[in-house]
Design a protein around this ligand. Structure first.
Ligand SMILES: Cc1cc2nc3c(=O)[nH]c(=O)nc-3n(C[C@H](O)[C@H](O)[C@H](O)COP(=O)(O)OP(=O)(O)OC[C@H]3O[C@@H](n4cnc5c(N)ncnc54)[C@H](O)[C@@H]3O)c2cc1C
Length: 583
């Protein structure tokens, strides 16, 4: 990390403006970070993509060999501390590498499950002896890791797990009994982080070697990710030494939830890799495919799709790298070797993690869906790339916490982190406050002024909803989800503006395209915010809210915007001219 600004605290984005010099953008990647990415990209192009068909046929020996090869290139040790054979790199570097690996989501899933949810529980919760025993062998690809939380009866409600851990009479082992579901790398992993309840109640993580008695089920027949192994695990008196308890007995939820946060902060960059790929395939096809005597890329409605993908690629990168930069900067201000401090810091950014998870997975869904449409009938064919991309993308809205769960986390976490901010009094103050006068110097000043109002809108709506429903608010999921969407759009829009402004300030040749994208996105966001606001206000009115509240709220949602049709055409033309994602 080369940033020198003061660290940003998690959840702070609603109360302070992100200035361009403060946010990390993809264009800020250092040569060293790019070099790791290049190594990963070449590995994928030269060694994985040529043999990927064999992965789709479940050749897991090949998956293991490729993982070993990735280890030889240092790609499995990026986040492992140097004391245990790792490189101890920052999150930005790890995410940028993840972005390259994600060009094949199946192999990306295997590698990601190993390096992230498979290895990081040990990095952050293991004791010295456990780390010394396993981390060097996980880093060099000798062992493959997996993470087993989900069960048939407990998915989103992970703490309802039924797998039991019983101490043997001699006090030296736990016997694990139960079944896990949907475990990535389940068919061939050697080391599992398995969650089970000691004495039927103390939710606990265990490090379990396959040789201790883990039995894998058959590979699931899935919608997508055909080239990654997903199986159930049967645990029938699996004998785990007490030394293999990971962390503290009864504190397994800390392992589970912190590892999910760590995964989510990096997920955005991977999803954006998919958006860029969908666009690259789509624009190539649209330039070649001719109907009615011209390339389909010349039709306005196809241009709209290409522009929409480029916008999502730009905005999603802006959000992901902003969050990664903020977390890395916060981590740099402490000791990265201090596991509990690292986790506490990342937990502080849990709202940003959930925002990125929801937004980028839905942007990817939109991009692959419209990509299929650009390909027409060929989009539906296995002979063309979009069909697989469409199937592979679907999981991103389900795993790492479903989007429903993450949507709920956005407002509920905000309320927990900053209860003083979301009160009836602060809601009234947010409505009454004056907007800053737009600076005529910036092309994006109208958008900046709108985002400042959006923040007040989010504070006003959540504060008012909290005062209206009291403790019952958590049962009003539909209201919470609309407020979550307003918060998400606030973060997305501001991130896009800051990235475009930063590019303009440094004279980047693509700055005017970035400005078009930021303005076009603000237009779209304003439409969605208006719809969400109408629904929340109507629900609050039904509960007898003060009518002046509604009037005040509408003042905050107005955004004149730019000519969106013209902006999208310019963006699409830039894509068509470049023949690929142009940023
Ligand atoms: C390909 C693949 C790989 C996976 N890899 C792993 C892995 O390596 N390790 C692992 O442990 N797990 C893994 N999973 C499991 C995955 O994390 C779960 O599928 C996910 O957490 C959802 O749980 P569930 O399937 O039980 O759905 P459920 O929890 O039953 O949810 C069903 C629906 O109900 C909704 N819902 C549930 N609760 C609420 C609520 N409170 N409010 C509103 N809506 C709600 C959900 O959002 C969803 O739409 C994987 C799954 C797949 C498909």
């Amino acid at each position: 990390m080369t940033q020198t600004q003061a660290p940003v605290r998690g959840g702070q984005f609603l109360t302070s403006a992100a200035t361009p010099d403060e946010v990390f953008i993809r264009e800020d990647l250092t040569d060293e970070q790019r070099l790791f990415g290049q190594t990963a990209a070449e590995f994928m192009q030269k060694e994985v993509l040529p043999v990927v068909q064999r992965l789709y046929e479940h050749d897991w020996t090949l998956t293991r060999r490729l993982l070993k090869r990735a280890a030889d290139l240092d790609l499995l040790r990026l986040e492992v501390p140097p004391a245990y054979g790792g490189l101890g790199l920052d999150l930005i570097s790890a995410s940028y590498v993840g972005e390259q690996i994600a060009i094949n989501p199946s192999f990306g899933g295997s590698l990601g499950a190993h390096t992230s949810i498979g290895t990081l529980p040990l990095v952050y919760f293991g004791n010295d002896e456990q780390k010394a025993r396993y981390l060097p062998r996980l880093s060099n690809g000798e062992l493959v890791a997996a993470y087993a939380l989900t069960e048939t009866q407990s998915g989103s409600d992970a703490l309802a797990a039924r797998t039991a851990a019983t101490l043997t009479p001699d006090g030296r082992h736990y016997l694990l009994n139960g079944q896990k579901m949907w475990i990535t790398n389940g068919g061939f992993a050697d080391l599992f982080t398995i969650f089970a309840k000691v004495d039927g109640e103390k939710f606990t993580a265990f490090l379990v070697e396959r040789g201790m008695g883990v039995v894998s089920g058959r590979d699931e027949t899935k919608l997508g990710l055909d080239g990654s192994s997903t199986t159930a695990l049967t645990l029938d008196n699996v004998k785990v030494p007490v030394e293999n308890v990971l962390g503290t007995i009864g504190q397994g939820h800390r392992v589970a939830f912190n590892i999910l946060n760590l995964g989510r902060v990096k997920l955005g960059a991977r999803n954006m890799s998919g958006v860029r790929m969908a666009l690259n395939h789509s624009v190539k096809y649209a330039r070649e495919r001719r109907q009615f005597g011209k390339a389909i890329a010349e039709f306005g409605l196809i241009k709209q799709k290409l522009a929409g993908m480029a916008i999502r690629g730009f905005v999603g990168d802006a959000m992901s790298y902003r969050a990664l930069g903020d977390v890395d900067r916060a981590l740099d201000s402490g000791d990265r070797a201090d596991g509990p401090l690292v986790l506490k810091t990342i937990e502080g950014f849990s709202v940003e993690c959930s925002i990125n998870k929801v937004w980028t997975s839905e942007a990817l869904a939109w991009a692959v869906d419209e990509g299929v449409q650009v390909f027409g009938g060929n989009g539906y064919s296995r002979e063309f790339p979009l069909e697989r991309m469409y199937r592979d993308a679907r999981i991103t809205r389900i795993y790492e916490g479903t989007n429903e769960i993450n949507r709920m986390l956005v407002p509920t976490r905000l309320l927990k982190q900053q209860p003083h901010l979301f009160t009836a009094e602060r809601a009234r103050a947010a409505l009454a406050a004056q907007s800053p006068v737009p600076s005529p110097q910036s092309l994006l000043s109208a958008e900046r002024e709108y985002v400042a109002r959006l923040k007040r809108l989010a504070i006003a709506l959540l504060g008012h909803a909290s005062a209206t429903y009291g403790d019952g608010l958590k049962e009003e999921q539909e209201v919470l989800a609309q407020i979550a969407d307003i918060v998400i759009e606030t973060y997305a829009t501001e991130s896009a503006l800051a990235r475009a402004e930063k590019m303009a300030a440094r004279g980047d040749g693509r700055a005017s395209l970035a400005t078009d994208i930021a303005q076009a996105y603000t237009n779209e966001a304003a439409d969605r915010v208006a719809v969400a606001t109408r629904q929340v206000v109507a629900a609050l009115n039904t509960r007898g809210a003060d009518p002046s509240f509604a009037a005040g709220v509408w003042r905050l949602t107005a955004h004149a915007g730019v000519d969106g049709i013209a902006a999208l055409r310019r963006i699409a033309n830039a894509v068509i001219e470049a023949g690929k994602y142009p940023l």
